[in-house]
Design a protein around this ligand. Structure first.
Ligand code: SF4
Length: 583
């Protein structure tokens, strides 16, 4: 399976047929993010809307997938219902390894099925199955049914959508193997628009590992580093909520729709509190020895006097903040219950929670009423949020349908743009300062993982625009190489220059190893070119007033610095897209 070309399966839901093809370009775009971008240039329609049946839904893995630890992610690329532009979302679970065992570097879904369907693919297998009986089911019930229909756990990956994806919500996710998600920017709605309830990838092939000592030696080096470092201990021990206590101390935790950036009640939802009270077990994506996935539990009384049921729910800093502190809910069990109801509907928790925070403030200010929200919204009222999040997932009325298209779209109709916590999309859980706000607002995926803007804020209190923008551009370039391999970004301190070079060389990818800088720069440029071709204009991005009212450890946000950063980063993005190949 180590080859210089890509092996791609294109499935046309309109005909129910698939076509395997080989594509050149390994030395140029590597895989993952780079391959997805290359495939969009061939199969995408920049001028047509996201829900045009011909638009592709792309899943791509990289050259190191399956060969090294934490090379565990799949890149999903699509035209997004959130902004009708090119987008990427990444997830782990078993999806990447299943694609590798199915002998596919990428899977592309085009067309629209006549009836609700499920696609199952393997190394020598393609089936498009009508599943009208799954339409309308939540993620949990859908998963249960699919696991019964497609046997073979372990090497099998199940990607599925819930009601939010079926009703076209721009916050709809694609769930990957229960505890991971292609969360942001509405990939679930792309599946829904194609009448596609699920994709089952059956990793039924085998692949040989390289002969000789070189590969075994590099693998051992990587394994030692990922299991021995302090960073990996942190991810396994408390997981991403480990940062909550320090973010709160630093005045960087969004609280009650970012009306504050710290509060003593946030001490109830630290990583330590979640572990002490709710943690059941750790899990890992396939091929990862770290196991950062923390699974807690929620318990519900369903009958008197003492009949309970319980469910397992995974948690992380991002969903925790989005249905926790930003809604004024800090009890770990209540947070897990809200994650559970949101995900069962197939909604991205980060987007939905932050949208709900806007709705709460709009309700308090009288811009909307119970006529819209169906239940009175109040910060801290988890019971009301459970009902409201369910209504958002099912698009219960016009208000929730509109809110599901994005907070700013609802704010355009009802007012309250100034307190919408939107930075390109609903904000991530870092109120660290100017650099992060600009990096998320303008970043390629509008993700806190596009570049380390939140970390930069925590280390720098100077206001050097050129230095900050250079950091964002260089950091994105480094990350895009990793998301083309496709590595979990938690391993970014391990997979650096020389080691990444050794990994590629040990598999026989000498050309890639010898040109890593050139490859990452090329992919970075290609992705921006596609983004601009599908309508992105960095100058048109607005930063809502609420972000300018934030106080961090550095003091009040400096509006001049914020504006200058935005201007300079916009210019760099446009320049990046313009640069020619040999510049
Ligand atoms: S560190 Fe966590 S998210 Fe990353 S591959 Fe391992 S289990 Fe998956």
């Amino acid at each position: 399976m180590i080859r210089d070309s890509f092996r791609i399966l294109v499935v046309d839901l309109g005909t129910g047929r698939g076509n395997v093809m080989m594509l050149e370009g390994r030395d140029s775009v590597a895989g993952g993010s780079g391959l997805a971008a290359l495939l969009f240039t061939k199969y995408g329609y920049p001028e047509r809307p996201w829900n045009d049946p011909d638009q592709p839904l792309i899943f791509a893995i990289g050259p190191l997938t399956g060969y090294f630890p934490l090379m565990s992610k799949t890149v999903c690329a699509f035209k997004s219902p959130y902004h009708d532009q090119y987008a990427e979302s990444h997830a782990g679970g078993r999806s990447a390894l299943a694609l590798r065992f199915a002998d596919l570097d990428a899977l592309i879904i085009t067309g629209k099925a006549a009836k609700p369907s499920c696609v199952a693919v393997g190394s020598r297998h393609l089936e498009v199955k009508e599943v009208h009986y799954l339409w309308g089911l939540d993620l949990s019930a859908t998963g249960k049914m699919l696991r019964g229909m497609f046997r073979g756990g372990g090497h099998r990956s199940i990607l599925r959508i819930g009601p939010a994806g079926e009703n076209g919500s721009a916050m709809a996710l694609i769930n990957a193997d229960t505890y991971r998600h292609f969360g942001r920017l509405g990939s679930g709605a792309v599946m829904g628009a194609k009448n596609l309830k699920a994709i089952v990838i059956i990793g039924d092939g085998i692949f040989a590992l390289p002969d000789g000592k070189a590969y075994a030696k590099v693998f051992q080096d990587v394994y030692t580093q990922v299991t021995a470092t302090e960073m990996m201990y942190k991810y396994h021990n408390l997981g991403t909520p480990a940062n909550v206590a320090s973010l709160n101390k630093l005045k960087a935790m969004p609280y009650r729709n970012l009306q504050k950036t710290s509060d003593e009640s946030i001490d109830e939802m630290t990583g330590e509190q979640f572990a002490d009270k709710t943690l059941l077990r750790n899990m890992a994506c396939a091929g990862c020895p770290v196991g950062c996935i923390h699974v807690g539990y929620v318990r519900e009384k369903f009958m008197e006097p003492n009949q309970y049921l319980y469910r397992q729910v995974s948690y992380d800093h991002e969903p925790n903040f989005a249905v926790g502190s930003v809604l004024g809910v800090t009890d770990p069990f209540r947070i897990l219950s809200l994650i559970d109801v949101t995900e069962k509907n197939g909604l991205d928790v980060m987007s939905a929670g932050v949208a709900m925070a806007w709705a709460t403030e709009a309700f308090e200010k009288g811009l909307i009423s119970e006529k819209e929200t169906l239940v009175p919204l109040k910060f801290g009222d988890a019971k009301a949020y459970a009902i409201a999040l369910n209504s958002l997932g099912t698009a219960e009325n016009d208000f929730y349908r509109l809110l599901g298209q994005g907070t700013l779209k609802a704010a355009e109709q009802y007012g309250g743009q100034e307190f919408a916590c939107v930075l390109g999309q609903e904000m991530a859980g870092y109120a660290t300062g100017e650099v992060f706000f600009i990096s998320q607002a303008l970043g390629f995926r509008h993700s806190h993982l596009d570049s380390g803007g939140y970390a930069y804020d925590q280390k720098h209190d100077d206001k050097d625009v050129a230095k900050a923008v250079e950091f964002l551009v260089q950091d994105e370039e480094e990350r895009v190489l990793l998301t083309s391999m496709v590595s979990c970004l938690f391993a970014r301190e391990v997979y650096k220059g020389a080691l990444l070079n050794d990994c590629l060389a040990s598999l026989g990818y000498q050309n890639l190893a010898g040109d890593m800088k050139g490859v990452s720069h090329r992919i970075q440029r290609l992705r921006w070119q596609i983004r601009l071709a599908t309508g992105f204009d960095p100058h048109s991005v607005t930063i809502p007033k609420r972000f300018t009212q934030v106080v961090t450890w550095k003091g009040p946000i400096d509006q001049n610095y914020l504006s200058e950063l935005k201007e300079a980063y916009s210019k760099r993005i446009l320049d990046l897209a313009k640069q020619d190949e040999h510049a």
